[in-house]
Design a protein around this ligand. Structure first.
Ligand SMILES: NC(=O)c1ccc[n+]([C@@H]2O[C@H](COP(=O)([O-])OP(=O)(O)OC[C@H]3O[C@@H](n4cnc5c(N)ncnc54)[C@H](OP(=O)(O)O)[C@@H]3O)[C@@H](O)[C@H]2O)c1
Length: 293
């Protein structure tokens, strides 16, 4: 068995347990070239799961790195799991398919394995050529019923452009609304889950609805500019440091392994080769106790 490519199968969905996060805070924590190099290292380390979003501005770099390996004949497209996400300014059901097609072009692929609604909150319509806009004022928001946006997501699946569709940053109530009206059930929920924020009710709810759960900010998001300066994150937690020492592992490995055993797939972002390897190796260390098949 290829331990690096263990599939975490929960419910109807199927997602590799470890993926590479690629959000660089718009270049503040890595350039597109850094991401392209990180994908290269990650492939070598055994990653087969690449997490992205239209809003991140890193999809072209991911696409270049994957296409190169596929062209060289050392990688098959079907062996890689690619996630992208619908940005808030494209919730208008008329814009959903166009945004996905733009992501596919950037990623240099004819389909993605997972297409998620990035957030439940819609913003005013935006052209695909514009900069990524984050709402800062209530006038920036626009409301499109979640059920209508989901119908447009379903259409992307029906056209074969997204093998799976899912949600991100949704509450239980918002997710229930989708379940009540959907034709295709959401198969994955991407949410913040870390040792300091277990998000227990939502995780249990999703697993109970046979959705896979993907944890973002698993390591406490150390590069997030809005994190309070000087505030301790899980990587600096004395208990986790102690466990890591006892196990002869890094704190990041302990955290990632804990989250996988908790039932989540993890997508730590790194552009540092040693960390990319380290994070993947968290997946194999506690293998016997994992909930993998
Ligand atoms: N759905 C959503 O709304 C949402 C929100 C946030 C994030 N995400 C996704 O989730 C991914 C991960 O979240 P995140 O990037 O915010 O936070 P994270 O994975 O918790 O932290 C990433 C940071 O940790 C550092 N790091 C990585 N491995 C490490 C290790 N072994 N030891 C010490 N430091 C390490 C990285 O630095 P270097 O790169 O310098 O190595 C980077 O600064 C994102 O990239 C994105 O793809 C999704």
């Amino acid at each position: 068995m290829d331990l690096h490519n263990i599939q975490l199968t929960l419910g109807s969905g199927k997602i590799p347990s470890v993926g590479l996060g690629t959000f660089t805070y718009f270049g503040k924590h890595g350039s597109p070239d850094d991401i392209e190099a990180a994908v290269d290292v990650a492939l070598e380390a055994g990653y087969r799961h690449f997490e992205s979003a239209w809003a991140y501005g890193t999809q072209e770099a991911i696409g270049r790195a994957l296409e190169k390996k596929i062209t060289e004949g050392v990688l098959d497209r079907k062996d890689v799991f690619i996630t992208t996400k619908l940005w808030n300014t494209h919730h208008n059901p008329k814009l959903v398919l166009g945004e996905l097609k733009d992501s596919l072009k950037q990623l240099r692929t004819s389909y993605v394995d997972m297409f998620l609604m990035h957030c439940p909150t819609g913003q005013k319509d935006q052209d695909l050529s514009g900069d990524v806009i984050f709402a800062t004022d209530k006038s920036d928001y626009a409301y499109y019923p979640l059920e209508d946006v989901w119908k447009a997501m379903e259409r992307c699946h029906q056209l074969g452009l997204a093998k799976n569709i899912g949600l991100s940053n949704f509450t239980i109530e918002q997710t229930k609304r989708i379940f009540e009206r959907c034709t295709i059930k959401p198969s994955n929920m991407q949410i913040e889950v870390s040792p300091y924020f277990l998000n227990e009710r939502l995780v249990k709810f999703c697993l109970g609805r046979r959705m896979t759960v993907t944890s973002f900010a698993s390591l406490g998001c150390p590069s997030n500019p809005v994190r309070l300066a000087g505030k301790q994150g899980p990587l600096e937690d004395p208990v986790l440091i102690e466990i890591a020492k006892l196990k002869g592992k890094s704190v990041a490995q302990v955290i990632l392994r804990f989250l996988i055993q908790y039932g989540c797939s993890v997508i730590p972002k790194s552009i540092t080769p040693a960390r990319i390897w380290e994070n993947m190796n968290a997946s194999t260390y506690f293998f016997l106790k994992a909930r993998h098949i």
